[in-house]
Design a protein around this ligand. Structure first.
Ligand SMILES: *Cc1c(COP(=O)(O)O)cnc(C)c1O
Length: 462
C-alpha cells in the first residue's frame, strides 16, 4: 500500500473527525456565507505526483476552493428551485459513502430492500397507488427521460413495433403534446431519438395561466386521428407553479390513445398539504410520474424518483442482459430499470429524512415555504419599484420592475440583487415580459430571512 494511503488508513477516524469539524462549521455558518459568490475561481493546479494526504487535502480545499462555494443550500438562496439538505439527510448521505453499496442489484446486501422501502414511502407521500413501481435516479431530467422512454416503448406496443430492438425510427414521427413543458422534456426527446422538434406546445388557459387548456389538448389529440401519442402534463411550472388539471387530462384517455407522463418535479410535494393536495388530484392516473427529491424534499444532490404503471415495458427498455446477470425475472434488480448500471444508494438520505421528520415534518417545510412566498409576494406588491408578474400560486414569486421592465434593466436588477450577497433570484421571461423569480424550497428559510430578502429587493430596485 502506498505509504500515504496506509497512513490515512491508520488515521481514518481522525480524518473523519476533521471533516466533521469542517462540515459542522460550514453547516452552522451557512446563513452567514454569501448567497452567491462572484470573482474568478483559482486557475487549475497540476496533477499532484505525490499526494499530500487526506488531512492536508482538506486544508488545501478549505483554503483554495471552499471560499468560492455559494450558500445555495442556505435559507436565502431563492434561485431555480433548489432546496437544501436536512440534517438527517446529510447524515444519510455521509453513510451512503461510508457503506458505498452498489445498488445495481441485491449483491449480497439488504441495501436494495432499503431503496424499495423508501420508494414505498414516497409513493404513499405522493398519493400513488400500488400499481406504480419506482426507482431512484439522479434528477428530474433523468426521471422525465425514463418516463418518456417507457412511453416510447408503449407507442411501439400500440403500433406493433418492438422499439427496444428496432429503434425509435421504426415508430415514425412521434407526437409529444404539452402545455408548459420544462426544458428537460425537449432534452429527453433529443436523447430518446424522438427529436426536439416533435414537441407540440398546446395552448394554455387564458389569463395569467401556465396550465394547459384541456379543450385545446382534446382538439390536438383529435387531430391525430387515432394515432397514439405522448402527453406530458405539468404539475408545478417553474415560473408561476401552475398545475394542469390532471383529472381532466386523464379522463381524455377514455376517448384518445396516449401515454400520460406527469412532470411533478417539485409540484408533487403539494400532495403533502391538505390545503394544496387538490392541485395534484389525478396524479395516480398517470402512466409515469417524475418527482425530484433534491428540490422540495431537501435531500442533497443528486436524487429524484420515477414511477410507472408499466414496469414490464420499463424492463424492455432498460434491462441489462448478460451471461452473469441473466434476464430479469420476478422483481427486477434496479439495473434493469434505469439508465445507470452501478448505482449509489441514493435512497439513504431520503430514508433518513423521512424517518427523522416523517410526513408531518416535510409537510411543515412545504407549508412554511408557501406562506413565506406569499409574504414576499405581498411585500413586492407594496414596493413602489416592483410589481408581480403573476399571482403567487404556491412557492414562487415571479416579479419585475414596475416601470419599463426591459431586458437590460431587469438584468441590472438581477446583478444588483446578487451583488448584495443577501439573496439570489433567477431571471425569466413571463408573458413576454423579462422578470425575476424567487423560489422558496429550503427547510431553513424563516420569516426573518424573508424580510431580509424583501429589504434587499427594495434596495436594488429603489
Ligand atoms: C427542476 C425541474 C426539472 C429538472 O430537474 P433536474 O433535477 O435539474 O434534472 C424538470 N422539471 C421540472 C418541473 C423542474 O422543476
Amino acid at each position: 500500500m502506498h505509504p500515504t494511503l496506509a497512513g490515512d488508513l491508520a488515521q481514518f477516524p481522525e480524518l473523519l473527525q476533521s471533516a466533521r469539524d469542517f462540515a459542522a462549521r460550514e453547516a452552522v455558518g451557512l446563513d452567514q456565507r454569501p448567497v452567491a459568490v462572484g470573482g474568478a475561481a483559482p486557475g487549475p493546479a497540476g496533477l499532484p505526483e505525490e499526494g499530500v494526504g487526506a488531512e492536508a487535502a482538506l486544508g488545501w480545499f478549505g483554503e483554495r476552493w471552499a471560499p468560492g462555494f455559494s450558500g445555495s443550500a442556505g435559507p436565502r438562496y431563492l434561485g431555480f428551485v433548489t432546496g437544501g439538505a436536512t440534517p438527517a439527510s446529510v447524515a444519510g448521505d455521509w453513510l451512503t459513502s461510508v457503506f458505498d453499496q452498489n445498488l445495481s442489484g441485491a449483491g449480497g446486501s439488504w441495501a436494495q430492500e432499503l431503496e424499495r422501502e423508501t420508494l414505498g414511502w414516497l409513493r404513499e407521500l405522493f398519493g400513488l397507488g400500488e400499481a406504480h413501481s419506482g426507482a431512484f435516479v439522479t434528477g428530474a431530467t433523468v426521471s422525465n427521460t425514463v418516463g418518456l422512454a417507457i412511453g416510447r416503448e408503449w407507442l411501439g406496443e400500440r403500433l406493433g413495433v418492438d422499439v427496444s430492438r428496432a429503434g425509435a425510427a421504426a415508430l415514425g414521427p412521434v407526437d409529444v403534446l404539452s402545455g408548459s413543458p420544462h426544458s428537460s422534456v425537449a432534452k429527453a426527446m433529443s436523447v430518446l431519438g424522438i427529436g426536439r422538434d416533435r414537441l407540440r406546445k398546446v395552448p394554455l388557459l387564458p389569463g395569467d395561466r401556465e396550465a394547459v387548456d384541456v379543450a385545446a389538448l382534446e382538439s390536438a389529440l383529435a387531430e391525430l386521428h387515432g394515432r397514439p401519442a405522448i402527453v406530458v402534463a405539468n404539475a408545478g411550472t417553474v415560473n408561476t407553479v401552475d398545475f394542469d388539471d390532471l383529472r381532466a387530462i386523464a379522463a381524455l384517455k377514455d376517448a384518445y390513445d396516449f401515454w400520460l407522463h406527469v412532470d411533478a418535479a417539485f409540484g408533487g410535494f403539494a400532495a403533502l398539504s391538505p390545503e394544496y393536495s387538490a392541485l395534484v388530484d389525478g396524479l395516480d392516473a398517470a402512466d409515469s410520474v417524475c418527482a425530484d427529491l433534491h428540490k422540495w424534499l431537501n435531500v442533497p444532490y443528486d436524487a429524484a424518483v420515477q414511477f410507472t404503471r408499466r414496469r414490464d415495458l420499463q424492463v424492455k427498455v432498460f434491462h441489462n442482459a448478460s451471461p452473469y446477470l441473466g434476464v430479469p425475472a420476478g422483481e427486477p434488480d434496479f439495473l434493469h430499470l434505469t439508465p445507470e448500471n452501478s448505482r449509489r444508494l441514493r435512497a439513504l438520505p431520503a430514508w433518513f429524512s423521512l424517518a427523522a421528520y416523517g410526513r408531518a415534518g416535510h409537510r411543515e417545510i412545504v407549508e412554511r415555504n408557501v406562506a413565506l412566498a406569499r409574504r414576499l409576494g405581498a411585500g413586492v406588491e407594496a414596493l413602489p419599484g416592483l410589481r408581480l408578474l403573476a399571482p403567487v400560486r404556491l412557492n414562487v414569486v415571479c416579479f419585475t420592475l414596475a416601470e419599463h421592465p426591459t431586458q437590460e434593466r431587469v438584468d441590472a436588477l438581477a446583478r444588483a440583487v446578487a451583488a448584495s450577497g443577501e439573496t439570489y433570484v433567477t431571471p425569466t421571461v413571463y408573458g413576454g415580459v423579462p422578470g425575476l423569480r424567487a423560489a422558496f424550497s429550503n427547510w431553513r428559510t424563516t420569516e426573518a430571512d424573508t424580510e431580509r430578502v424583501l429589504r434587499a429587493l427594495a434596495a436594488a430596485s429603489g
